[in-house]
Design a protein around this ligand. Structure first.
Ligand SMILES: Cc1cc2nc3c(=O)[nH]c(=O)nc-3n(C[C@H](O)[C@H](O)[C@H](O)COP(=O)(O)OP(=O)(O)OC[C@H]3O[C@@H](n4cnc5c(N)ncnc54)[C@H](O)[C@@H]3O)c2cc1C
Length: 506
């Protein structure tokens, strides 16, 4: 090992981000690193963050964990997409399903054929986009299976993610990380010592007169950003002009039937409500903009629309949408809420922990903390954050709602970033959906949200005209048939869990 190799890693915080970092680093670096995590039970964790996207399977694979054991331990359920209720207009509903609707033909993405059919037959005459999506059809039928097509045939895989209990997830990862030798310290960080001349963090002063030294510090201390902001004054890019929600209330309620394999996001007077079904309870919350509704009113709206008995009082949360100016500053890398937060509409926050952790592993520093890897890390993380931001803004601005001052504000006054405007222009003219290397959300996601929110494409790729009209109709009918047959082969979601990963106490 090189004399310059870094050895001591200190992680501050034991929420989802802290334990994901600890487990991931311990798994990848093994005995090359000494990892210590400090957390405070008295301070606690944010306690939300229970819906994920399919990329989490990459993290699970990195850890090499058994999926059934993980779902059982976290009392989780499976997720095939997010249902958006009332976003385009009141009463409308669509799903952002994982996976691609249809299948490409002759090198051309499916949606161009679908657009041709729709423009020829009209919106009412043509089957909707989701009749071609196995994820969507299975979700609405309440069904779930791991690989209904065995990964073969034109439908490919059925991508899925998880809902889980955030506390149980951190506990699960903690047990994993401790087995791999991560040391945990229970205690509060009271002060941070910076060294000369470069202002790196040298050590942390803990309660009970303890001192903790390290070389690389991973700040997973949540919104407070104990190291990245309070100690290093990194600065924050405030994105609330684009993403106006700034508060949330969260409350669990009793589980009701059926156990839906999707997260639900329902547009409401001054924001939206989430619903996350777990084996033992349902997670609920109201994300809102405090300029348009009081906390009391938001809480009342949340409680009045639960579909089961409330299991506690709603917990208020405050945030400013945006990100740190540098997610990696000096010898501190911020992960999770310490790095920024863009609101939970598309369940992206846990993914960003994972993807920044992945970048950290890729650009892992040595003791001299050279600029180049850090700059590259920051550039890639920034690009990913910005692309996600644009995708979220689309949901708010592409609306026809005008029933409340909040929605009128979103529709008429919320500025769209230039990058988003450029994408929408490409879509409107000829159904083009560009993809950048840093995009988390691929064309199939943009497609579903654009169509779901009522943004019409006026044209499609001329290549879709290569197929004769009668053959196009037959082929589209075949794809719909395949989807419907595959859906019928899937078990009921709750029955699948009972058979494979039911939690004992659930
Ligand atoms: C309303 C809301 C809904 C969300 N929903 C989703 C979702 O559905 N999907 C998703 O992917 N993400 C979601 N998120 C984000 C998700 O909750 C977080 O990304 C995730 O939980 C990680 O949080 P964290 O570990 O960064 O912070 P926290 O959970 O806040 O953990 C911070 C840790 O730092 C410790 N700490 C703080 N100060 C000190 C100190 N002085 N000394 C010692 N320890 C200290 C705390 O004890 C704690 O262990 C949501 C967030 C919010 C606010």
């Amino acid at each position: 090992m090189s004399a310059n190799a870094l050895r001591q890693v200190v992680i501050v915080g034991g929420g989802t981000a802290g334990w994901m970092a600890a487990a991931g680093l311990a798994r990848v670096f093994g005995s090359l690193l000494d990892i210590t995590l400090v957390e405070s039970e008295e301070i606690g964790t944010v306690g939300v963050g229970e819906a994920t996207i399919p990329q989490i399977q990459l993290y699970n694979r990195l850890l090499g964990i058994d999926e059934d054991a993980f779902v059982r331990a976290t009392r989780g359920s499976f997720k095939l997409g997010i249902v958006f209720d009332g976003w385009g207009a009141p009463g409308e509903r669509y799903i952002h399903a994982f996976g691609e609707p249809g299948t490409p033909l002759g090198g051309l993405p499916f949606h161009h054929y679908w657009l041709r059919d729709r423009l020829a037959r009209g919106e009412r005459g043509a089957p909707d986009l989701w009749a071609y999506s196995l994820n969507a059809e299975a979700a609405f039928a309440g069904r779930f299976g791991r690989s209904p097509t065995g990964g073969f045939g034109p439908l490919g895989e059925m991508p899925y993610a998880f809902h889980f209990d955030a506390h149980l997830y951190a506990k699960f990862l903690r047990a994993y990380a401790e087995r791999l030798g991560v040391k945990r310290i229970e205690g509060k960080v009271l002060d941070v010592t910076l060294g000369e001349p470069d202002g790196r963090v040298v050590s942390l002063r803990l309660d009970h007169d303890r001192e903790l030294h390290g070389e690389l510090f991973v700040d997973c201390s949540g919104f407070r950003g104990l190291l990245i902001e309070q100690a290093l004054r990194t600065g924050y890019e405030d994105w609330s002009t684009h993403l106006p929600a700034d508060r949330a209330g969260a409350v669990p309620c009793a589980r009701v039937e059926p156990l839906t394999p999707w997260t639900k996001a329902t547009a409401d007077a001054a924001g939206w409500r989430w619903r996350i079904p777990l084996q033992h309870r349902t997670g609920n919350g109201y994300v809102f903009c405090s300029r348009f509704i009081s906390e009391d009113e938001a809480t009342a709206r949340l409680l009045s629309q639960l579909d089961g008995e409330a299991l506690g009082d709603p917990r208020p949360l405050r945030f400013v949408t945006g990100k740190r100016r540098r997610i990696w500053n000096r010898n501190v890398v911020a992960l999770g809420l310490a790095s920024g937060f863009m609101e939970p509409l598309e369940s992206t926050s846990i993914h960003l922990v994972q993807s920044c952790l992945d970048k950290l592993i890729q650009y892992f520093p040595d003791r001299d903390f050279a600029d180049a890897p850090r700059d590259r890390f920051n550039a890639e993380a920034d690009a990913e954050y910005v692309a996600i931001r644009d995708f979220l803004v689309l949901h708010y601005t592409a609306t026809r709602r005008d029933d409340t001052p909040f929605w009128r504000h979103c529709r008429d006054a919320l500025p769209q970033p230039e990058t988003l405007k450029a994408r929408m222009e490409l879509w409107r003219r000829a159904g083009r959906l560009p993809v950048e290397s840093h995009d988390l959300f691929k064309p199939n996601s943009w497609l579903q949200v654009l169509v779901g929110q009522g943004i019409e494409a006026e044209g499609y790729s001329p290549l879709a005209n290569r197929l004769e009209a009668a053959r196009l109709s037959m082929w589209l009918a075949d794809v719909r048939g395949l989807v419907a047959r595959a859906r019928e082969q899937l078990p009921d979601h709750a029955a699948f869990i009972t058979a494979s990963c039911r939690a004992e106490a659930a």
